[in-house]
Design a protein around this ligand. Structure first.
Ligand SMILES: [Zn+2]
Length: 329
């Protein structure tokens, strides 16, 4: 099973009309109110990938939500993206490069294709299935927990992108004016996989170790073959087999750790195969645009929506296409 699948055959004129109708009559405005909170609307950067011209319109702001929706009703959008907040509305003369940057939410981007080296199913690239999506659910658990407990943030919004990943919007006011360097520091703390290398956890990193143990260890054993447990987590042949046989009945993740001959190797294996793989660019580049929650993902026709429990959501079963939202099917 490889849904949500990309739609490859369609009538382009009809599609443009469908997208325009979605934004005109079915776009959920409460989503943008939630994301923007009390921040000004009219000086925000939007970027639209126009379906009719197949070109990007960047560096664009809209006076208010009505004007944005009117635009998307007139011009069919292949993708709609949100950038930072600026001091003045963006025009041909006042661009993001010569207008004062005012702030932007702290963002996290998780994309299934970053997991290609460790997926245990048949998927790669844009494909996702119910097996590999578990990586996304685990990543949401870990990141949500880390942001709340280690950093003290509380206003988090999780968004299904409509395709193969999640975005997390951290909306606490204190994040809005974080500098690039401060965002790099947050990401660096959270990132434990750099290229192919796994960062070693020191004895003081108890929060992180407990989190990994509680949220990832069980799935690591369940989803990994015995040979992988041996090679990547230091299990011997007998313990690897015992662990696999026993995993359904293990009541606490600590029991798994107790069976591991070497806890450092065990943590390394779990991190490499299950720990979140965060796309740093989206979090630290203050000018990068990100898919607008509530917009439609062109490849799948799914709506990008706010998800209350991303650890339970699975797009194979729960994603909504624009046609479902519009009542066409
Ligand atoms: Zn898969």
């Amino acid at each position: 099973m490889t849904e949500p699948s990309e739609v490859t055959s369609f009538d382009p004129d009809q599609l443009q009309e469908d997208f325009k109708r979605y934004y005109k009559d079915h776009f959920d405005r409460t989503i943008l109110h939630r994301i923007f909170k009390n921040k000004p609307f009219g000086t925000r950067e939007f970027a639209v990938l126009r379906m009719d011209m197949n070109t990007w319109v960047r560096n664009r702001s809209f006076e208010n939500m009505d004007v944005l929706i009117e635009y998307l009703t007139l011009y069919p959008a292949k993708g709609v993206y949100i950038g930072a907040l600026y001091e003045e509305p963006l025009t041909r003369e006042k661009t993001i490069h010569n207008t004062k940057w005012m702030g932007r939410e702290l963002l996290f981007d998780l994309d299934m294709d970053a997991y290609d080296p460790v997926r245990t199913c048949e998927c790669s690239g844009r494909k996702v299935c119910e097996i590999c999506w578990v990586h996304m659910q685990e990543a949401a658990l870990i990141i949500d927990d880390t942001l709340r407990i280690d950093f003290g943030f509380s206003d988090l919004v999780w968004v299904y992108t409509g395709g193969r990943g999640y975005h997390c919007w951290v909306l606490d006011d204190s994040t809005f004016t974080l500098t690039r360097d401060q965002r790099v520091a947050i990401i660096s703390y959270m990132q434990l996989i750099i290229g192919d290398e796994v960062k070693e956890l020191g004895p003081n990193e108890k929060f992180m170790k407990n989190r990994i143990l509680n949220h990832l260890a069980r799935n690591f054993v369940t989803h990994s073959k015995e040979s992988l447990l041996k090679e990547e987590a230091g299990f011997g042949t007998t313990t690897a087999k015992r662990m696999k046989d026993k995993i359904e009945t293990v009541s606490s993740p600590r029991e798994i750790l107790e069976l591991a001959p070497n806890t450092d190797d065990f943590f390394k294996g779990v991190i490499k195969h299950r720990y979140p793989r965060i796309d740093q660019g989206v979090s630290v580049d203050l000018k990068k645009v990100i898919r607008m929650p509530g917009s439609v993902h062109f490849g799948t026709r799914n709506v990008s929506e706010i998800i209350d429990n991303p650890w339970d959501f699975n797009p194979i079963f729960h994603a909504k296409s624009i046609y479902e939202v519009m009542g066409d099917e």
